[in-house]
Ligand binder design. Structure first.
Ligand code: BTN
Length: 243
């Protein structure tokens, strides 16, 4: 039977799922918590995890290269949230789920990170950790990024279990898609179609660098700069030159 560990509170579902993956847990093993006291975001940042959000980590087979996995999961998840919850989500490269309102106003609905893990038997695995703001919580309004919750977008209460199913299905489906070269191309194409800020000026780590042109086949963001095209593999990309 596939493992599903559910907790009222954990330091981080990601750390627990990494332990399970190292110990040889099957693909699809899930760790979910209603709150996290030490939720981990990208780049060593803290992920605020108050009650009302979905915090989960899933063990999946590691595709090669593992770098496309966040984009592929983000694209599947955006599609799943659109189909099941009727919300329009864009991908803020590389792995933020961004909700865009009718007037173009946006807010971060969720984020994801992926850890590559070598299991005890020697197999390569990945752990995808996903956080989604399902119900609005006051602490989500804090800077730096405006946040939005699913129930603000759908105007109805959404059950955490419902979103959990959407997230787990999307994650497993993305990992399967990346098993073939054709699937890789399809995943990148899907991510391109959902890219937030395409064609707009962007800042990278706070500095204006040029225009966001798209996503390359290898998952890098493609920027148009005064010195010519530039590929970005890591960094915090923010569309718009505003503050
Ligand atoms: C980001 O920085 O945008 C990625 C955030 C990922 C947060 C999720 S919540 C579930 C899992 N457990 C963690 O500690 N982090 C990830």
């Amino acid at each position: 039977m596939i493992v599903r560990e559910a907790y009222a509170e954990l330091p981080s579902t990601q750390e627990r799922a990494v332990e399970l993956a190292r110990a040889g847990a099957e693909d699809g093993a899930v760790v979910v918590a209603r709150r996290q006291s030490l939720g981990r975001g990208r780049g060593g940042r803290r992920w605020e995890s108050p009650e009302g959000g979905l915090y989960l980590s899933v063990v999946v087979p590691a595709p090669r290269p593992v770098g496309l996995l966040p984009l592929a999961i983000g694209a599947e998840l955006a599609e799943g949230l659109r189909c099941r919850h009727g919300v329009r989500i864009r991908l803020k490269w590389p792995n933020d789920l961004y909700a865009v309102g009718p007037g173009g106003e946006g807010g971060k609905l969720g984020g994801l990170l992926v850890d590559a893990v070598r299991a005890e038997g020697g197999s390569d695995r990945a752990v995808a950790g996903i956080g989604v703001n399902v119900r609005a919580a006051p602490s989500l309004d804090s800077p730096p990024a405006p946040a939005v919750a699913l129930d603000q977008l759908t105007a109805r209460a959404v059950a955490l279990e419902e979103v959990e199913r959407t997230v787990v299905d999307a994650t497993l489906s993305a990992a399967r898609t990346l098993e073939s070269a054709e699937g890789e191309r399809a995943a990148v194409a899907r991510a391109r179609g959902l890219l937030y800020g395409a064609g707009e000026p962007v800042r990278v780590d706070g500095r204006p660098v040029g225009t966001l042109l798209g996503i390359r086949e290898d998952g890098a963001a493609l920027l148009g700069t005064p010195d010519g095209p530039r590929a970005l593999f890591v960094g915090e990309l923010r569309p718009g030159y505003g503050p």
